[in-house]
Design a binder for this molecule. Structure first.
Ligand SMILES: [Fe+2]
Ligand SMILES: [Fe+2]
Length: 365
């Protein structure tokens, strides 16, 4: 399937709790192997190896040790699931070269978190090759997106100034080093919420720079972009992470996220303009959008810009049910959405979409 990468699960014949397999399948293609059939190709092809075997059984341990010594193992994270989580198992997992281990069974949320950390480990390590300001913008952005979405899901406070500080780093990194390098780095990340929030934030930031907006408006575009889908923190996971297109009933539930985004920011006392971006990024000029069915001049310039950045980010991003669309084609699709999108703005956005940095930064000192 498009965009789904392989996770290999190594098992033996012992009885273990295997409920984690369906969780892994929600995010990745799963290949099940035995210790015997586990091979170098699995390391090469896999984003992550999960090993659930009896670590006290020499029949399993010796061949596994050989496989874990293969040179191909070096770049692939390996997670051990430990039945007993006792000292003996932990020592054994470490000797075998575990990247991490976890006592299993454990709550689904813990499992998803540790799996996410491991699959993103190499991507985040590659950020070291970026400039210092780009690296810290991506790192701080990751923490802020994770924290705000998790707090919003629990009904806890989300603080505008924290997001603003993180977006200031993004604005600085973009003004200093351009959009292309950090955006390419973001597109490799496996956390969709983070990837999409940062993409919309980056495209809106560059769009604002292209249009020569003043600093406070640039901040507002960046923050509004990062938080535009915060309402998805309330969308049920089986809909949000469904590895296929949504059916009409699920789609209705999904559409609630725009209204929820606006309400979450309003409840936390955020600025009106940011609430506008969050609540209205799916409005369309002909009134066919949601959540308020706004029409024509009722759709603000900010909401028009957010709709363009959001749609473009969606089109050029790969998902499990569709491939990534090239930027030129995405712009073509958007230019054909006449009546829905603000076409003069789409035309202006082309410079951002095609990374024409001389145009984007024309207004920057
Ligand atoms: Fe959205
Ligand atoms: Fe979005």
């Amino acid at each position: 399937m498009f965009g789904k990468q392989q996770v290999t699960i190594v098992r033996d014949n012992n009885i273990h709790d295997t409920s984690f397999v369906k969780l892994v399948k929600r995010f990745h293609d799963v290949k099940m192997v035995t210790v015997k059939s586990f091979c170098a190709e699995d390391f090469r092809r896999s984003l992550l190896i999960i090993i659930q075997v009896n670590l006290t059984d020499p029949e399993v341990l010796h061949p596994l040790k050989d496989k874990m010594s293969m040179p191909e193992r070096e770049h692939t994270p390996v997670l051990f699931l430990l039945d007993e989580f006792n000292r003996r198992e932990i020592v054994q997992a470490n000797i075998l070269g575990a990247t991490d281990y976890i006592g299993y069974p454990c709550p689904d949320s813990n499992f998803i978190e540790i799996m996410g950390d491991l699959v993103n480990h190499l991507v985040e390590k590659s950020w070291e090759k970026l400039s210092k300001i780009q690296e810290s913008a991506l790192k701080v952005g990751l923490k802020v997106v994770e924290n705000t979405f998790s707090n919003a899901a629990k009904g806890l406070e989300i603080i505008q100034d924290e997001v603003k500080e993180s977006c200031d780093l993004i604005i600085k990194a973009t003004a200093q080093d351009g959009l292309t390098d950090w955006m390419n780095a973001i597109r490799q990340h496996h956390n969709y919420t983070y990837r999409h929030s940062m993409m919309v934030c980056g495209y809106l930031t560059a769009f604002g720079m292209l249009l020569g907006v003043k600093k406070t408006d640039l901040q507002m575009l960046a923050v509004g972009g990062m938080m535009h889908d915060i309402g998805k923190s309330l969308t049920p996971l089986e809909i949000l992470d469904k590895p296929a297109r949504l059916d009409p009933a699920e789609w209705e539930i999904m559409k609630d996220h725009a209204k929820n985004s606006g309400e979450i920011l309003a409840k936390n006392g955020w600025d009106e303009d940011m609430i506008d971006i969050a609540a209205h990024h799916h409005e369309r000029l002909d009134g066919s959008g949601y959540s308020d069915g706004l029409k024509g001049s009722e759709v603000s310039d900010l909401a028009r810009m957010a709709a363009i950045a959001d749609m473009f980010s969606g089109l050029v991003d790969k998902r499990s049910y569709k491939p990534a669309m090239p930027a030129e084609k995405a712009i073509q699709v958007m230019l054909e959405a006449e009546g829905q999108l603000d076409i003069p703005l789409v035309k202006a956005f082309q410079a951002v979409a095609l990374s024409d940095e001389s145009k984007i930064f024309a207004h920057q000192k």
